[in-house]
Design a protein around this ligand. Structure first.
Ligand code: NDP
Length: 241
């Protein structure tokens, strides 16, 4: 029987590419999303992948969402914490709301989701968790103190939880994408993209969502059983750790 994989924010952008890559690798995939019903419906119509709506920043909703997925598909064996948002502002202009929204979704969301699948993974003595962090969590980014803090937190979460999961055959890893051509990045003004962002990327282009998805597909595979607590950077040579 093929494994069950749950991808948060799995209906568009990088998450959609991850959902597709895992489906194509033989997993039974569930894709979560927050509120964009139209995109989610279109994704489901094209791929046939079941979609489930809840907010990863809401602990109770995550529990109910995971229960629905497990009732439909079976116990979640692979969790990809991909859902994320930006609320950019220079720090002196950043509101408490911008701070909390990003921390609650991009960092607390990992706790909320993982906590609800962890017991099942421990009971089955198998699990694969991949957290989508960011180059901006590794190096920091002006205008993104909230986002950089959350994404750096994702890396600490990954390394600590990997140590707890190891004895139960649960791996926990992170992928740090650089700039990828999704709605999140294409929302940046074209002039800024062409004159400031792309020139910083040694390969000279934005990454593609599928290039991140292939990293995830590897990390959740049986071939990656000895890799845990690791960070895989996919950033076109922009930053090395
Ligand atoms: P998009 O904005 O294209 O897609 C975001 C997805 O996350 C959507 O499916 C959205 O649902 C979902 N989502 C957002 N908030 C929530 C929430 N509270 N609960 C559930 N789902 C939610 O983002 P990207 O594909 O660009 O980014 C995906 C991940 O990769 C993010 O964590 C991002 O920080 C990270 N990343 C992206 C980079 C990039 O260059 N694009 C670079 C580095 C990291 P809905 O459609 O309903 O809104």
């Amino acid at each position: 029987m093929s494994r069950v994989a749950l991808v948060t924010g799995g209906t568009r952008g990088i998450g959609a590419a991850i959902s597709m890559a895992l489906r194509n690798a033989g997993y039974r995939v569930a894709a979560n999303y927050a509120g964009n019903d139209e995109k989610a419906r279109a994704f489901h119509d094209v791929t046939g992948i079941p979609v489930f709506k809840w907010d990863v920043s809401d602990y109770v909703a995550c529990g109910e969402g995971v229960a629905k997925v497990e009732a439909e598909l079976g116990g979640v064996e692979v969790l990809v914490n991909n859902a994320g948002i930006t609320r950019d502002a220079m720090f002196h202009k950043m509101t408490a709301q911008q701070w909390h929204e990003v921390i609650n979704t991009n960092l607390t969301g990992l706790f909320n989701m993982t906590h609800h699948v962890w017991g099942g993974m421990r009971d089955r003595s198998f699990g694969r968790i991949v957290n989508i962090s960011s180059i901006n969590g590794q190096k920091g980014q002006m205008g993104q103190v909230n986002y950089s803090a959350a994404k750096a937190g994702d890396l600490g979460f990954t390394k600590a939880l990997a140590q707890e999961g190891a004895a139960k055959n649960i791996t926990v890893n992170a992928v740090c994408p650089g700039y990828i051509g999704t709605e999140m990045v294409l929302a940046v003004p074209e002039k800024v993209l062409n004159e400031r962002i792309i020139p910083q990327i040694p390969v000279g282009r934005l990454g593609e969502p599928e290039e991140v998805a292939r990293c995830v597909a590897f990390l959740v595979s049986d071939d990656a059983g000895f890799i845990t607590g690791s960070t895989l950077s996919a950033n076109g040579g922009q930053f090395f750790v």
